[in-house]
Design a protein. Sequence first.
Length: 134
Amino acid sequence: MAPSPPPHLAAFLDLYAKGEFWESHEVLEGPWRSSRSDFLQGLILYASAWVHWQRENAHGVQAQLRKTLDRFEGYPAAWCGIDVERIRRHCRVVRSEVLDRGGDWVGRVAPLSLSFQPEFVRGDEPELENDAPE
């Protein structure tokens, strides 16, 4: 049987897919506070960057994507069923676009679609354990 995401990760992905970036990042706050997982914090920061994008706040986008890259540093290309390397690449591209375009960046960048991909589950991720905090 293919692995499935824990409820908090599934809720995050669902809200994020609907463009509810603030709400998606809030879903992970409790599990992150309990686990102190850099991975969960990276997802929180990534969603937060898109809250700033919605507000057309270039500095906020840049800062949150930089922090996302910091949190994902050291993680393999895939973790917890998420393509981490794809997120890292997207962070670098968006940061460059925002920096290079001045005020003409909002329509040139967009949130990356995220999904749980069972083939990207390694099996040793503590964030996926059955007793992981909700």
